[in-house]
Design a protein around this ligand. Structure first.
Ligand code: 0WD
Length: 271
């Protein structure tokens, strides 16, 4: 009997086998969860790359829901939540592992970010949590739990993270307001602040390989975290083990966030 035996949920944000959402999904599956999934809509329906990639990954899981979903598209969201209601009646958890900023705006200094780029990044990376949560609330059973993914760049300046840092700050604030409002319905929502993991969207962030090296040098555990480690922490937050935890951001980053400076031994020598 697994932690999630008899539990059902929705996972948003699997792009490929490197996605953090895939790490979480594998752990949920090991613990007996039944899941529905979405993928980004394919531009060419004759060659549904995104859909095929997701179907291949989850083929052993017999999902009742696999649908295209751009979180900025109301019709897609209607279709996903209608299908989930029909397939499952009620659900027990939801994973929000979505962020987007166009590369041009992401690479610019934050001060240079365009209005359109800023609004789009906020819409897809932050408002999507609000919208998915509002819809999920209608089918989440009491005791239900939501997890979203964030990053330290929302708490302090991480050069290169730019407009996405502003989005993560907003996301972390949003999750506390949602936690407050959902608490009376016995629904919890928490965030995982993951250390850097090389995924598709991470490769859009400047100097990513250097960031991995910096973490390995500076973090108390002297290494980076894995997709699997984020998955393990996510099942804690999504399960009854965390029944008293809401509005929390759990750092899964080898302890990097507690450091104020690298060890003096690693500092470049002055003069
Ligand atoms: O180092 C990292 N990889 C970290 C990621 C450290 C800390 C946090 N995170 C966060 C990200 O900011 C994001 O919120 O984790 C979450 C998942 O990111 P990921 O697993 O690193 O990235 P990826 O595998 O690319 O998944 C993000 C997915 C998209 O992938 P692509 O690369 O195709 O944009 O978000 C989804 C999509 O599947 N996504 C959307 N889904 C629905 N509608 C949309 C959209 N409009 N845009 C992006």
């Amino acid at each position: 009997m697994g932690l999630f035996t008899g539990k059902k949920g929705l996972v948003f944000g699997i792009a490929n086998d490197r996605s953090i959402a895939w790490g979480i999904t594998q752990k949920l599956h090991e613990e007996g969860a039944e899941m529905g999934f979405t993928h980004l809509p394919d531009k060419d329906p004759a060659h549904p790359k995104m859909e095929n990639r997701l179907r291949k990954l989850v083929s052993g899981y017999n999902p009742k829901v696999i649908l295209p979903c751009d979180v900025g598209n109301k019709d897609h969201l209607d279709a996903v939540f209608n299908a989930a209601k029909e397939a499952y009646g009620q659900i027990d958890f939801m994973v929000h592992s979505i962020a987007y900023a166009n590369t041009e705006d992401l690479k610019k200094e934050t001060i240079e970010c365009s209005r359109e780029g800023f609004l789009q990044a906020m819409d897809i990376s932050v408002y999507s949590l609000l919208e998915l949560t509002r819809r999920a609330k209608e089918i989440l059973a009491p005791g239900g739990s939501i997890v979203t993914l964030t990053y330290l760049g929302g708490e302090a300046v991480i050069p290169g993270y730019n407009v996405m840092g502003v989005c993560k700050a907003a996301l972390e604030s949003l999750l506390t307001y949602l936690a407050f409002e959902l608490g009376k319905h016995e629904i919890r929502i928490n965030g995982i602040s993951a250390g850097p993991i090389k995924t598709l969207s991470a490769s859009a962030v400047g100097d990513f390989d250097d960031m991995l090296k910096l973490y390995a040098a500076m973090a108390p555990m002297k290494r980076n975290v894995t997709q699997e480690e984020v998955g393990k922490s996510a099942i804690y937050l999504l399960s009854d083990l965390a029944s008293g935890v809401t509005g929390e951001v759990l750092h899964v980053d080898s302890g990097y966030h507690i450091m104020g400076a690298p060890s003096a031994k690693n500092m470049p020598t002055a003069g």
